[in-house]
Design a protein around this ligand. Structure first.
Ligand SMILES: [Zn+2]
Ligand SMILES: [Zn+2]
Length: 376
């Protein structure tokens, strides 16, 4: 594969100021490969970074005016290998997860590399080896990116580029279910909030045998997708009481609640509908402090977990389920745009234009802007 010297890449100048520029194609080092990006999905966190800067952290500060390329949910083709890499070969299709931990801190040694204690320490005279592409290092709104081999998963031949970009989202859902114990077969799981992570949490929980799986939200169109992904019951909280439905269906309440709405109400309802000794995973969070009924948690021995990203190789486990076609992640992919139209693609994701859920940007081929037929 011929690798050019320069590439097209979007860089972030001021807040909400993205420009398409020519950048040198980066060179992979030890344990790294160069990925030719074929497709990249847009995440709510990308929108946050582009507007507010956080949670990106470039050279120890905000990501503005640092020639930084955001984007973190991408897939592509291995284009070059760093010294000593024999785990992958040029031409292989791969999808990526975000975090390559430093590999030397206490958390990385525990497999918790998304909570690396050397997060973002990769500049100046300090380089701990930590990388979080699209957060602390260049990401995927470009033609090429560098990835540590630990962040790659092989993409099966019969999986589309678009579907492969969704693996990191499914991996985040998988990580939530991992952290609460993972053994959800035959257990009741409630997922609150039908965003991409919530919808794929339904799919992953169902694929792992959870029963019943209940999904709550306010948008019927999204709840319908949740049903297709395996929810046994969906609850539109504008029309029904989620806590009552859960109590009715489960008797004592849910064994697990995966909270993906990030609102004060959802967090308190999670406490009310989890059974004694059950577990809550907070996969979303409010941006302001909230009032929470801690008493209900303590009196009922309810465990609460916060998760960060897609740790403990959850992405590879999610890929295993997707490769085996245990659920159709493409149900959440709604729109496709070419790289040059990234700004429009971001607008669609931000404003949920035309019921957009996952908007994907494709680098090559003749794809023009399109809405996916199957969800029309
Ligand atoms: Zn994301
Ligand atoms: Zn670390």
């Amino acid at each position: 594969m011929i690798v050019p010297a320069t590439m097209r890449a979007w860089v972030l100048d001021g807040p909400n100021e993205l420009h398409l520029v020519e950048k040198p194609v980066p060179v992979p080092k030890r344990a790294e490969v160069l990925v030719r990006i074929d497709a990249v999905a847009i995440c709510a966190t990308d929108l946050e970074i582009i507007e507010m800067g956080t949670p990106a952290l470039i050279e120890g500060g905000p990501p503005f005016h640092k020639n930084f390329t955001p984007g973190h949910e991408y897939m592509g083709t291995v284009a070059a290998l760093g010294p000593g890499v024999d785990e992958y070969r040029v031409g292989e299709r791969v999808t990526v997860e975000i975090h390559a931990g430093c590999g030397q801190c206490k958390r990385c040694r525990q497999g918790m590399y998304t909570s690396c204690h050397n997060y973002g320490l990769n500049y100046g005279n300090v380089d701990k080896g930590h990388r979080a592409n699209g957060f602390t290092t260049d990401g995927g709104f470009a033609e090429y990116a560098i990835n540590n081999i630990n962040t790659l998963s092989q993409v099966p031949d019969d999986m589309s580029d678009e579907e492969a970009t969704l693996v990191v989202t499914a991996g985040t859902s998988m990580y939530g279910l991992t952290e609460v114990g993972g053994l959800v077969a035959g257990e009741s799981v409630v997922v609150t909030g039908p965003g991409p992570i919530g919808l794929l949490a339904v799919a992953v929980a169902k694929a792992l045998g959870a029963s019943p799986v209940i999904l709550s939200g306010t948008r019927d169109a999204r709840l319908d997708i949740g049903r297709k992904l395996g929810a046994d019951r969906v609850v539109n909280i504008n029309k029904e009481s989620l806590v009552s439905v859960v109590k009715e269906m489960t008797g004592r309440g849910a064994d697990y609640v995966i909270e993906c709405a990030g609102t004060e109400t959802a967090i308190n309802e999670a406490a009310q509908m989890t059974n004694r000794g059950g577990k809550i995973c907070l996969a979303a969070f409010p941006h302001e402090p909230v009032l929470a009924d801690i008493g209900a948690l303590v009196k009922n021995n309810i465990y609460v977990y916060g998760i960060r990203g897609e740790g403990k190789s959850a992405t590879r486990r999610a890929m295993a389920l997707m490769a085996a076609k245990r659920f159709d992640a493409t149900l959440i992919h709604t729109h496709t745009f070419p790289l040059a139209e990234l700004r429009t693609a971001l607008d669609y994701a931000r404003n949920r234009t035309d019921d957009a859920i996952k908007v994907v940007v494709k680098m090559h081929g003749s794809e023009m802007r399109s809405r996916k037929e199957s969800t029309r």
